[in-house]
Design a protein around this ligand. Structure first.
Ligand SMILES: Nc1ncnc2c1ncn2[C@@H]1O[C@H](COP(=O)(O)OP(=O)(O)OP(=O)(O)O)[C@@H](O)[C@H]1O
Length: 359
């Protein structure tokens, strides 16, 4: 459906997109994730035809789009600030696209009613958009983007303005809506939770380049680099030297999964793999802080200051969370240890020679 071949966009000295290759299959939902300034919006704009590429090609259904104006590309775009027309009512907003395409009045009316049903606003056609809540406006914007039946729907921070509860609900609704309609979606967000809930595939951007692409599970389980891991909120990263199924790290020798690449690398230990023990067992640490995360499991993040090596984050239940200031021991669960390939080593603490052997 969509293919980007080596697309580069420069703004003066700054390269917003750097030779990006990307494919989106029909009926697929792809979420582009990345920190502010990584090039996400530029990617959408170049596909929509709102931004010229300095190099490379954008193909839609196999056709090169250079020279094709935005309104001829058959893509729908929904911006983060909805950009509804305040002087038109809900139906007037949703009908905008079909009218532009000269769809007849009866057919437009049918489509508007159907879309308002789909987005959970049945019979709201006559309401003023200025009198709607943020979440309702978001739904109208979505119905408006879907109305011309675009072959590709692009969403820029679709749920950015909404509060957490509404976001979590809408993300589930959107996913099932896109499934039902068979819509092909390219969405942009800086929120990995939102991307993972919505996407069949996620693409993580770093400085105009694709740092990693894969299913949400693949990216979550095997972040490709320290950058991706940190972006996903993982901070337990250390330089390491792997030998067999053990690694020398800043936290001492730890067990690693079978098949871990040998030699010098970066290792990530997910917080769930940092197991708390009595102080005389494993790596001795001081409990520096605890942060209650809520959720069904009453999760607590425990920040630990090891007597040697970089800081560590452990995840445990509220019941098991140690008091701040006390000493604990830490052992590592090898199933939660991941080697980061292509890692930017400068991002981690320098390798330190472990003083003793631990597991
Ligand atoms: N019109 C422009 N003129 C100059 N520089 C621009 C322009 N648009 C984007 N940039 C620069 O290109 C880079 C990528 O911007 P882009 O808006 O694509 O990032 P983003 O990942 O969408 O960020 P955000 O999450 O903050 O929206 C940034 O460094 C930005 O400052």
């Amino acid at each position: 459906m969509l293919r980007l071949d080596g697309v580069t966009v420069r703004f003066g000295e700054r390269t917003a997109l750097d030779a990006v290759d990307l494919e989106v299959a029909a009926h697929e939902t792809v979420c582009v994730l990345g920190p502010s300034g990584s090039g996400k919006s530029t990617l959408l704009r170049v596909v929509a035809g709102l931004q010229q590429a300095d190099a490379g090609r954008v193909l839609l259904s196999g056709r090169d789009q250079s020279g094709v104006p935005p309104h001829r590309r058959g893509v729908g775009l929904m911006f983060q600030d909805h950009q509804l027309f305040p002087q038109r009512d809900v139906a007037g907003n949703v009908a905008f696209g079909p009218r532009m395409h000269r769809t007849d009045r009866a057919e437009t009316g049918r489509r508007v009613a159907e879309l308002l049903d789909l987005v959970g606003l049945p019979g709201a056609g006559g309401r003023a958009v200025t009198a709607l809540s943020g979440g309702e406006q978001q739904r109208v914007a979505l119905a408006r983007a879907l109305a011309p039946e675009p072959k590709l729907l692009m969403l820029d921070e679709p749920l950015g303005q909404l509060d957490r509860g509404l976001r979590e609900r809408l993300v589930v609704e959107l996913r099932s809506l896109f499934r039902r309609l068979g819509t092909t979606v390219l969405a942009v967000t800086h929120d990995h939770g939102e991307a993972f809930a919505l996407a069949d595939r996620v693409v993580v951007m770093e400085n105009g380049r694709i740092a990693q692409a894969g299913t949400p599970l693949e990216v979550w389980q095997r972040p490709a680099s320290a950058f991706v891991a940190r972006f996903l909120g993982f901070d337990n990263i250390t330089a390491a030297t792997v030998h067999g199924e053990r690694a020398a790290t800043g936290w001492g020798h730890i067990a690693v999964p079978q098949g871990t690449p040998q030699g010098s690398t970066l290792l990530l230990v997910r917080p769930g793999g940092v197991l708390l023990r009595p102080p005389d067992e494993g790596l001795r640490c001081t409990v520096e802080a605890r942060t209650f995360r809520g959720g069904d499991a009453s999760t607590v993040t425990v920040l630990l200051r090891p007597h040697e090596g970089p800081a560590l984050e452990a995840a445990c239940t509220l019941r098991d969370a140690p008091e701040e200031g006390i000493e604990v021991g830490v052992v590592f669960d090898p199933r939660e240890v991941v080697a980061l390939h292509g890692g930017d080593r400068a991002d981690a603490e320098p390798p330190t020679e472990p003083v003793s052997s631990r597991s």
